[in-house]
Design a protein around this ligand. Structure first.
Ligand code: NAD
Length: 350
């Protein structure tokens, strides 16, 4: 199924309104999801709608929530999302952080108890658009943990993404490194499982400790786990994200004494910095331009695969999918249709 992104935005916003969101919230969440599809990250796009529908019905996702301010001391703030749509709460918290960083040079905020915040890179892009740099650490502290620590064979953490965004210049687009700390996104394992396919080697471990390419190890007993990327280094980064986003930001980690039956819950610790407070902006821009050009001029090992910089694959996907439409697999399309019907909305109608 290939669908134009504008139509997909409209239909997604209509579905979210049918599911209880006011128009502005429905549009914000729909734009975020479709932008994730456009950027090539289908695991964080409209395929999440059936999960959202389940969580709405279970009461673990609450529409029309504004972030509650826990504290605000100028350049530090903590927000509680009250299980509202993370895409709205995190975006609003970033509006505050951008204003505070412009005023004070730096802003730090903690986000607690938000439902899924989606593609973290979108918040980095928000900062970069304002000429600021940002660093984001995210944890997921509800649901069964599916990523094992290095040397482990049991799930203990989530896919804990980390995003670092450097603003662009007149010549260079922003550099957005936005990545899960697991070898593979859970959404990609789910899609492979639904389609009866295997996943890539060195991504999963079975309950007996042996490597496997069978996505069923996440969905059938006895459970296996997803491996962290980069062995001990990726595991270390995942654990740091858990501690910063879960302990330091105050929403709680995924340690077993905390409740895990709250649908999808993200915590995030964000730091936004005005680079002009550190070095002359024209120097910074010249160095960014020169360094990125230097990277991209590297001779590729395989001539058909040029050297890219973080954020570039998403820009390439965005241009292609905006022009050609977004491909949605049959299982996902059917599941979205079912979720929509459960709110009395025909997703496939126009
Ligand atoms: P990925 O592996 O596709 O990309 C990771 C990063 O590497 C990106 O910044 C990308 O631009 C860069 N990259 C990719 N290929 C490159 C190349 N050839 N050269 C240079 N840079 C390159 O992403 P992922 O780890 O699968 O994460 C997917 C998305 O899932 C992210 O947007 C992340 O925020 C999101 N996510 C969200 C949650 C949540 O709980 N909200 C959890 C996990 C992941």
């Amino acid at each position: 199924m290939r669908i134009d992104h504008q139509l997909l935005r409209r239909q997604t916003a209509n579905l979210l309104q049918a599911a209880g969101s006011r128009e502005v919230e429905a549009k914000t969440v729909a734009d975020h999801l479709v932008e994730a599809n456009l950027a090539g990250h289908d695991s964080h796009g409209v395929g999440m709608l059936p999960h959202y529908a389940r969580n709405l019905k279970a009461g673990t996702l609450v529409p029309n929530r504004a972030p509650a301010v826990v504290s605000d001391t100028g350049s530090f703030a903590v927000w509680d999302g009250g299980n509202g749509y993370g895409q709205v709460i995190a975006r609003d918290a970033m509006v505050w952080a951008i204003g505070a960083a412009q005023k004070h040079g730096v802003a730090v905020h903690g986000l607690r108890n938000t439902h899924h915040i989606g593609r973290v890179g979108s918040y980095g892009e928000q900062a970069a658009k304002a000429g600021l740099l940002s660093v984001h650490f995210v944890n997921g502290n509800s649901g069964p943990p599916k990523v094992t620590p290095f040397r482990g064979r049991e799930g203990r953490i989530s896919t804990n993404p980390v995003c670092i965004a450097v603003p662009g210049t007149q010549h260079t687009p922003p550099v957005i490194l936005d990545m899960a700390t697991s070898r593979i996104a859970i959404g990609k394992v789910r899609v492979a499982y639904n389609e009866g396919k295997q996943v890539a080697e060195n991504t999963l471990i079975a309950a007996d400790g042996k490597p496997t390419t069978d996505p069923g190890v996440l969905y059938q007993q006895p459970h296996g786990a997803v491996l962290p990327f980069g062995e001990h280094k990726g595991y270390g980064l995942a654990l740091i994200a858990e501690l910063l986003a879960g302990a330091i930001a105050g929403g709680g980690t995924i340690q077993p004494k905390n409740p895990r039956d709250r649908g999808i819950v993200n915590g995030m610790l964000t730091v936004v910095i005005d680079p002009a407070r550190l070095a002359d902006r024209s120097f910074v821009d010249r160095e960014i331009d020169a360094m990125i050009d230097y990277m991209k001029a590297t001779k590729p090992a395989d001539p058909s695969l040029p050297v890219l910089v973080p954020g570039e694959p998403e820009r390439i996907a965005r241009a292609k999918r905006a022009a050609e439409g977004i491909e949605i697999d049959a299982t996902t399309w059917r599941e979205i249709g079912e979720a929509a019907r459960s709110f009395g909305f025909d997703f496939t109608g126009n």
